[in-house]
Design a protein around this ligand. Structure first.
Ligand SMILES: Nc1nc2c(ncn2[C@@H]2O[C@H](COP(=O)(O)OP(=O)(O)OP(=O)(O)O)[C@@H](O)[C@H]2O)c(=O)[nH]1
Ligand SMILES: [Mg+2]
Length: 267
C-alpha cells in the first residue's frame, strides 16, 4: 500500500490554472491543490486522489478517463475537459460563425464517443430564424439542434444537460457563460460585452470551470472562447469515421481524405 493511502481523499477537479487545481472533495469541502513532479496535465472533470497538506493538497493519483476533450497542433495540446459525455457547441446569429471550427468540435466529440448537440443561442434576435435555416443541415445529419435564448427561456435545454457531463464550447461572444448562468442560477460565471469580444479579441472567460447540476450527478464545464481547434492528435481514419455516414457516401469518403488532412492540421 502506498504511504499516502490512509491520508488521502477523493474529489473532482472543478477549476484549473496552470498546474494549480481546485478540487471539490467528495466529503464536501473544496481544496486548492498542486500536481507535483508529473508531466501530466489535468482538466476539469478529472477524478483525483488528494493528500491533504496544511495549506491545501497535493494530487497523488488521477483516475482513468472515460473521455478527454482537447485540441492540438503540431507543437502542443490544450486540454478542455475530462470525462465528458456530451459536447454543446454554441453559436449565435450576431457573431460570424466559423463552420470549419464547428465541424472540428463535432469530430472531437465523435472521436471521444460524446454526444454532440448544436445550440443556436440568442433566439430572441430578429436574425434568429434565418440563422436556424442556415444550420438545418446539422439536424439532417442526425445532430440535435436546440434553439434557446440564454437571456430568456432555457427550459428546452434542461432535459439535454440533466444527468450528463457536459462541456460548452464555442467562439467568444456566443453566450456560453450566459447560458450556464441561466441553466444554473446562482453560478455567476463572468459575462462580457460582445463588442469587446469582437473588437479586441479578448475573451471574457479565460479558464475552464466546472459547475455541478442540482441533480447530484451532472455537471457542466464552461470553456474560454476559441478561434482554433486543431485535431493533430486524431488519425485521419478516426476523422473519416467520425463524419456521419449520411453526409458522405463510401466512394466520396476516400476522395475526401485531403480535406480530412486539412482538418487535422489547420486551426
Ligand atoms: N440577445 C442576446 N444576447 C445574449 C444572449 N446570450 C448571451 N448574450 C450576450 O452575448 C454577450 C457575450 O456573452 P458571454 O456569455 O460572455 O459569451 P461567451 O461565449 O461566454 O464569451 P467568452 O467567455 O469570451 O468565450 C453578452 O453581452 C451577453 O449578454 C441571448 O440569448 N440573447
Ligand atoms: Mg464566457
Amino acid at each position: 500500500m502506498p504511504p499516502h493511502a490512509s491520508a488521502t481523499a477523493h474529489g473532482l477537479v472543478v477549476a484549473t490554472h496552470r498546474r494549480h487545481y481546485v478540487v471539490d472533495l467528495d466529503a464536501g469541502d473544496t481544496l486548492e491543490c498542486v500536481l507535483k513532479g508529473r508531466s501530466t496535465t489535468l482538466a476539469c472533470g478529472d477524478r483525483v486522489e488528494v493528500a491533504r497538506e496544511s495549506s491545501g493538497g497535493v494530487i497523488v493519483a488521477v483516475a482513468p478517463r472515460r473521455s478527454l476533450l482537447y485540441r492540438s497542433d503540431a507543437f502542443k495540446e490544450k486540454l478542455i475537459a475530462a470525462n465528458v459525455t456530451q459536447v454543446l457547441g454554441i453559436i449565435a446569429p450576431d457573431v460570424p460563425v466559423d463552420e470549419h471550427l464547428l465541424n472540428r468540435w463535432i469530430i472531437a466529440a465523435e472521436t471521444q464517443r460524446c454526444r454532440f448537440v448544436l445550440v443556436l443561442n440568442k433566439s430572441d434576435l430578429p436574425a434568429s430564424d434565418r440563422f436556424a435555416e442556415r444550420f438545418a443541415a446539422y439536424a439532417a445529419l442526425g445532430y440535435a439542434v436546440v434553439r434557446v435564448s440564454a437571456l430568456g427561456d432555457v427550459t428546452n435545454l434542461l432535459p439535454w444537460v440533466r444527468a450528463r457531463h457536459t462541456v460548452v464550447i464555442g467562439q467568444s461572444g456566443m453566450g456560453k457563460s450566459t447560458l450556464i448562468n441561466a441553466l444554473l442560477p446562482g453560478v455567476n460565471a463572468a459575462i462580457g460585452e460582445l463588442s469587446d469580444a469582437l473588437r479586441s479579441g479578448r475573451h471574457t472567460t479565460t479558464s475552464t470551470a466546472l459547475y455541478r447540476l442540482p441533480d447530484g450527478y451532472g455537471w457542466i464545464v464552461d470553456s474560454p472562447g476559441m478561434k482554433v481547434f486543431g485535431l493533430a492528435h486524431c488519425a485521419p481514419a478516426a476523422i473519416a469515421d467520425s463524419i456521419p455516414a449520411r453526409s458522405i457516401d463510401r466512394k466520396s469518403r476516400s476522395h475526401s481524405l485531403p480535406a480530412i488532412h486539412r482538418y487535422r492540421w489547420q486551426g
